[in-house]
Write a protein that binds this ligand. Structure first.
Ligand code: SF4
Ligand code: SF4
Length: 368
């Protein structure tokens, strides 16, 4: 089982698609729709002894925030006392708050970066790109050989160009893999029909180009770990035979909020409607996407409904959500139409089935 732990709600950055948008979202109506838990503190109050008792050696605990490295002391305390596997989702700025000795005990890191220096700094702040890359080069020079995932938020349609930049950083040995999610449907105020319709067309063209490049590389024996492609391919080929959300939220991936309640997803960690149990009583129930729009959709087995938060919150109008689905369907159809060709490279030994394997539920949502 995979568990996120919210170490703090505090973040050290003010990114455009998170902080700035939250500041503009005065009333999205979710206060009336959902029952927010007012009692959750800013910082985690879960005693490490309880985590020690709860987690099994085969479990993975994913440090999450806010920015988890703001609570580096708590991370050290957990690593020193709890026997399980560790991962982290971080903006990478405060990486050196942990010594290499501790960082090497974290098997996988999802580092937020949106592509080139220009793109990353425009959404995350001046100088952030250079700082993060410097930290990662330092980490590698200290002998870190765990997986480092470039975790992109996509606000512009030039997916091909931005992913290709990060591919060059894979070639340099900084990152191992890439995942992206579209910044769409997560706020009420930011839907613009004309602009997003244009985005969808251009983004889909970019996906087509990226997939063509990816398959071309497979033909030469190299499988770049682009999680949306690899995750969907796994589902299409029956390797991942569930119709649950590919992120695992609500059935294979749960979140300890700061007070010790267990929620289906890190984003809704303090919404009582999504509580599944607590660190004291364990997991009492699963939560799945039940919206008929998804369960009756032909793509449900592969897509799983994209995201519990997005599906339930319904912050965008129907036409906006259908445009998001258009990107998902295009992505699934595009990979599906190249499946035979991809798998031919596997059966002829050019690449191995191992190249397409991945650890599910440690962070990449798979469906962007
Ligand atoms: S494509 Fe859209 S409607 Fe279909 S399962 Fe995915 S999110 Fe639901
Ligand atoms: S994709 Fe949605 S449900 Fe899954 S972890 Fe992200 S916000 Fe939560």
């Amino acid at each position: 089982m995979h568990y996120h732990i919210i170490l703090t709600e505090i973040c050290n950055l003010k990114c455009k698609y998170c902080y700035e948008k939250s500041m503009q979202e005065f009333d999205n109506g979710l206060g009336e729709k959902w029952d927010y838990d007012e009692k959750t503190p800013f910082d985690s109050e879960i005693p490490v002894e309880k985590l020690k008792k709860f987690l099994k050696p085969e479990d993975t605990l994913i440090f999450y925030g806010g920015e988890p490295l703001v609570k580096a002391d708590k991370i050290r305390e957990i690593i020193d006392n709890v026997r399980c596997k560790f991962a982290i989702q971080t903006n990478g700025v405060l990486l050196r708050r942990l010594s290499p000795e501790y960082l090497k005990k974290i098997d996988k890191m999802l580092i937020s970066i949106d592509g080139t220096r220009e793109r990353t700094d425009s959404s995350r702040g001046d100088g952030i790109y250079d700082l993060v890359i410097k930290n990662l080069k330092w980490l590698r020079s200290e002998g870190y050989n765990g997986e480092i995932v470039a975790r992109m938020t996509i606000s512009f349609p030039d997916i091909y160009e931005q992913v290709m930049h990060l591919v060059s950083l894979i070639d340099e040995g900084i990152f191992d893999s890439i995942h992206w999610q579209i910044d769409a449907g997560f706020y009420k105020f930011d839907f613009d029909k004309v602009a997003f319709t244009k985005f969808v067309d251009e983004y889909n063209n970019g996906i087509n180009k990226l997939l063509g490049w990816w398959v071309g590389k497979i033909r030469t024996g190299k499988v770049y770990r682009l999680y949306p492609f690899i995750g969907i391919l796994n589902r299409l080929s029956g390797q991942d035979a569930t119709s649950g959300l590919p992120c695992g939220s609500g059935y294979s991936n749960f979140t300890f909020n700061t007070s010790g309640k267990i929620s289906a997803c890190p984003i809704m960690n303090s919404v009582k409607n999504f509580y599944c149990g607590s660190i004291d009583e364990g997991i009492k129930k699963e939560i799945h996407v039940t919206d008929e729009k998804c369960t009756k959709c032909n793509y449900f087995k592969i897509c799983g409904g994209r995201c519990l938060y997005w599906r339930d919150a319904k912050l965008w109008p129907v036409e906006g959500n259908e445009l998001i689905c258009k990107t998902i369907k295009f992505l699934i159809d595009s990979i599906s139409s190249r499946m035979k060709e991809i798998l031919k490279n596997e059966s002829s030994g050019i690449v191995s089935s191992k190249d397409f394997e991945y650890e599910r539920y440690f962070g990449p949502e798979i469906i962007p």
